[in-house]
Design a protein around this ligand. Structure first.
Ligand code: NI
Ligand code: MN
Length: 243
């Protein structure tokens, strides 16, 4: 059932809170408590219907264990990371892998590739967490959102654009650990979304990628939606976006 427009709130870095057209709260890459740019109001997440984790690095898996334990919401990640979450006392860890689609909480969750690593820091150890991934979500009103996770530019992004036609894409632009704004602008040419939200920038000095430079390079190829942490933007197929 569709009860509202999709609302996307950026919590800083790669963390996004979606309020879906069906009224579900979906939290992607839940690094909030120690995320230096996450607004205080979002540092404690008390209710959520679905958690998605792109990979095991601390700035993405973040507070997944505590939020999943508190809310009992299902948490989707690549298979090996889900085994680690289970070992940490998470009851609702849901494993999947790239290419697969999962229907969960009324949302279609497809896991896709990302060019990145996925070790999980666990005390002194680095645990093998499987591979880093991205997600393409199909929401209740048909809108599709692609969260690319941490990634380099790669050619399969053109395939994802052609095959899945995402309306909204969240792309890392920070550089050093992911692609920077130049490669991310090229990724927009490959994916051809209507809207693109830059992420993974401005959190630390080590991330020089600039949303302003990114917007200049993208030009009129897509609408660049630059959010500040805590800011929300609504999206609807009624606004003419869906191909
Ligand atoms: Ni990472
Ligand atoms: Mn990262």
């Amino acid at each position: 059932m569709i009860v509202r427009q999709l609302e996307v709130t950026w919590l800083g870095h790669a963390a996004f809170l979606l309020l879906t057209p069906g009224g579900k709260r979906v939290l992607i890459d839940p690094w909030v408590m120690s995320n230096p740019v996450c607004p205080t109001a979002y540092q404690e997440i008390k209710s959520v219907d679905l958690l998605l984790v792109t990979h095991g690095h601390f700035d993405h898996i973040g507070d997944a264990v505590s939020i999943a334990r508190q809310t009992q919401a299902p948490i989707v990640s690549v298979f090996e990371t889900s085994l680690w979450l289970s070992r940490k006392g998470v009851d609702n860890a849901v494993g999947m892998n790239k290419g697969g689609t999962l229907s969960i909480q009324g949302i279609q969750v497809k896991m896709v590739d990302a060019k990145h690593s996925c070790g999980i820091q666990d005390g002194e150890e680095i645990i093998y967490g499987g591979e880093a991934a991205g997600f393409i979500l199909t929401l209740e009103d048909g809108l599709k959102l692609y969260h690319a996770g941490d990634t380099a530019l790669f050619e399969d992004m053109a395939l994802y654009g052609e095959r899945y036609r995402p309306d909204i894409v969240c792309l890392p632009i920070g550089d050093r650990y992911t692609m920077g704004h130049g490669d991310a602008a090229y990724a927009v040419e490959l994916i051809k979304p209507r809207w693109v939200i830059p992420m993974h920038h401005g959190t630390f000095d080590a991330l020089p990628g600039s949303p302003g430079e990114f917007a200049k390079l993208v030009g009129s190829r897509a609408e660049v939606v630059i959010l500040s942490p805590g800011q929300t933007r609504a999206f609807s197929p009624a606004f003419g976006g869906v191909r």
